[in-house]
Design a binder for this molecule. Structure first.
Ligand code: AMP
Length: 430
């Protein structure tokens, strides 16, 4: 570990990246944070530079010009395109998995077959390479059936079909490209699991793992988990989500076997491994792996992190992840996402946002920006998910109330947010 102050480059432009920038800036060892391309809020805390996270050449050009000491990648796309491999080839230090390791997220069929090879608990499934195969496989499932397109689809490539006809039609739509815009080469059918979902993230150096605090995401647009799936409408994190025994079980039966499995298959996994779980009556099962921090879970989780994020990132890169790496507040946290009206369908951007200063002045509140731009000192909406209003407090109910107090102070035309973030956790206590 060197004592020199570092220049950090963060890639991405969402609420997750704002939270990463905010937390990294708290490290006494960080002298400057750059972000490509960033957003309105990030530009207040980091130097934002132009570049496209979908275009590795543009990211390499920024790294070449600015010579960051470490690069931290927010979204999955650059990881699945091989940004880590390209940076390594040029001798640049970067946090995250290689392209081969990022397959755990980029290919659902790879992930399912991998879990089967390594006895990691997951739903029964069939990988289908054609519509014909899919129709035949449907005979082995009872309804409802989950239909998933192979490949990255930002959480939108999953259909829970109530009937076999609906499953066949969703599969056909995925193969033809009608459903997602691009034709899927493979479609995965899965048994539909029931239970509470849980986001369990670990940091790995390829061998060892250190768990982060657990959190719960809210994927649907509407209250009571209704309506279409979104990128995430809110999240909360609290110690009471899972106890220490469960943390150990998840590390021993899911996280460690996944990291050891990837190593044994020649694709060592370094970075954050996000285990999307369903806590079923048969025990925890993996719904999906993601190869990076979640959004908006990161906003809620980093709000509770008391240790230095840069130290953890360096430990992953340098192969010295250990149990004592993280320190967490026992406070609970809650992130309420404010979206543009119409999201996840079409929406209008460019609406002026007010009340941000007032909301940010509340104690233990941080407003993370996602889809915003800044012009002449004013903020405007520029995306579906606009802000992640995040609060912490010793009790979850107070963290939730504080996040909503702040969310109400923020105004823009047609703003929309769910009123029930974290409500399920409160209900399950009584
Ligand atoms: P995935 O991208 O695989 O995480 O799926 C997105 C969402 O679909 C999950 O967060 C769950 O809400 C739901 N889902 C995925 N797989 C299943 C399953 N096997 N059973 C029930 N729900 C599922």
């Amino acid at each position: 570990m060197s004592s020199e102050k570092m220049k950090i480059l963060v890639i991405g432009n969402g609420g997750r990246e704002h939270a990463l920038v905010w937390k990294l800036r708290q490290s006494p060892r960080v002298k400057q944070v750059l972000c490509v391309p960033g957003n309105g809020g990030i530009c207040e805390e980091a130097t934002c530079l132009p570049g496209d996270p979908r275009n590795l050449e543009s990211l390499l050009a920024v790294a070449h010009q600015h010579q960051p000491d470490i690069t931290v990648v927010g979204p999955e796309l650059p990881l699945s395109l091989g940004i880590v491999d390209e940076f390594h080839r040029r001798g640049l230090r970067i946090f995250g998995p290689t392209q081969a390791a990022a397959q755990l997220e980029a290919s659902k069929s790879f992930a399912k077959e991998f879990m089967q090879r390594h006895q990691i608990p997951t739903a029964h499934y069939a990988v289908c390479a054609s519509e014909d195969e899919l129709r035949k496989s449907l005979g082995f499932f009872s309804t409802p059936i989950v239909v998933k397109a192979d490949g990255l689809a930002a959480g939108k490539g999953v259909v829970v079909a109530r009937t076999k006809e609906e499953a066949a039609s969703a599969g056909a739509g995925m193969f033809s490209g009608r459903l997602l815009g691009v034709p899927a080469t493979k479609v995965v059918l899965e048994e539909c699991l029931r239970g509470e979902e849980l986001s369990f993230l670990v940091l790995s150096d390829g061998d060892r793992v250190a768990p982060l605090v657990a959190s719960q995401d809210h994927k649907r647009i509407g209250e009571g988990d209704t309506g279409p799936n979104t990128g995430g409408m809110g999240a909360y994190s609290t110690d009471s989500l899972i106890d220490q025994n469960m943390v150990e079980w998840l590390v021993n039966h899911i996280a460690r076997p996944a990291i050891a499995g990837m190593k044994s298959e020649g694709a060592e996994y370094r970075g954050v491994l996000y285990c999307g779980l369903m806590m079923t009556a048969r025990g925890p099962m993996v719904l999906e792996f993601n190869c990076r921090f979640g959004d908006p879970e990161t906003q809620a989780v980093l709000m509770r992190m008391e240790s230095d994020l840069l130290e953890a990132i360096e430990a992953s890169i340098e192969g010295r992840v250990s149990d004592g790496l993280f320190h967490w507040s026992h406070d609970a946290s809650c992130c309420v996402v404010i979206a543009s009206g119409g999201y996840p369908g079409s929406f209008v951007s460019g609406k002026p946002i007010s009340g941000l200063d007032q909301a940010s002045r509340l104690a233990n509140v941080k407003v993370f920006h996602a889809g915003t731009t800044r012009r002449d000192g004013m903020f405007y909406t520029s995306g579906g998910r606009v802000l992640g209003v995040t609060a912490r407090a010793p009790r979850l109910e107070d963290a939730i109330a504080r996040a909503y107090t702040a969310a109400e102070m923020i105004r823009f035309e047609d703003k929309h947010y769910r009123k029930d973030i974290g409500a399920r956790a409160l209900k399950s206590r009584v």
